[in-house]
Design a protein around this ligand. Sequence first.
Ligand code: ATP
Length: 282
Amino acid sequence: MIYETAPAKINFTLDTLFKRNDGYHEIEMIMTTVDLNDRLTFQKRKDHKIVVEIEHNYVPSNYKNLAYKAAQLLIERYRLNQGVTIKIDKDIPVSAGLAGGSADAAATLRGMNRLYNIGASLDELAILGSEIGTDIPFCIYNKTAFCSGKGEKIKFLNKPPSAWVVLAKPNIGISSPDIFKKLNLNDEYHVHTQMCYDALTAGNYQQLCHSLSNRLEPVSVSKYPQIAKLKQNMLNSGADGALMSGSGPTVYGLARKESQAKHIFNAVNGCCNEVYLVRLLG
Ligand code: ATP
């Protein structure tokens, strides 16, 4: 049996530049990973089936599961004539802006690569993963990176300075395509991509906190004002910086000290069912 962890990602920045001819937005984002994980196991099967075992009300266990899609693609591409049982123990909130599904798909590519001794490099797995979803290549490596194109072009950056992260997901689910549809590229909003890039290069925590910015945040906030309230609550209770991740609705706050992070955790714990106190991994 092979075991893999699939950590969640957060955006330090997210910018959308223009709409491409293929319908996707050209994006630029700086992302890192946090210590909030799904856990997956992989076992060979004698038949040719792909079986996903997951107990979750909002996540399918059939061919629609991103882990299933990743397994299917790997089996086809490397002409494996065996199946796999994938068990997913899910801790990452779903439809939250934390790329939980992509993390599971990436873990599946890594896990099955080991299970079947395929010998593919991480770069090869990332290219394969990009056929299923734009966040999957990032999730293959689980580092800190500047991602551009549809999200699949990756340039690794320095690990962020160590910090605590409080993640809180309001009790709503957001579909990313919905938010992208509502996005108006003419709306004035400055994303501090360069400042964030420089902050990571210099290991400057304060500058990193000032650079947090996400062009999708005002779009999601206009539909769900509670996101803005949650962010303000985090800042009022001592977060050094706070931001909505991805298309939301999860908001995270950064804190240098554990006591500070616990204070933020307690302040937002009443308003959301899903609140986590974790660390930046990067
Ligand atoms: P992103 O930040 O990449 O937009 P997200 O965190 O907003 O991702 P996910 O949790 O990845 O969203 O899930 C979005 C949708 O994908 C849900 O409707 C869910 O049912 C479906 N899905 C398919 N496979 C998975 C999986 N393994 N884990 C979670 N969701 C999955």
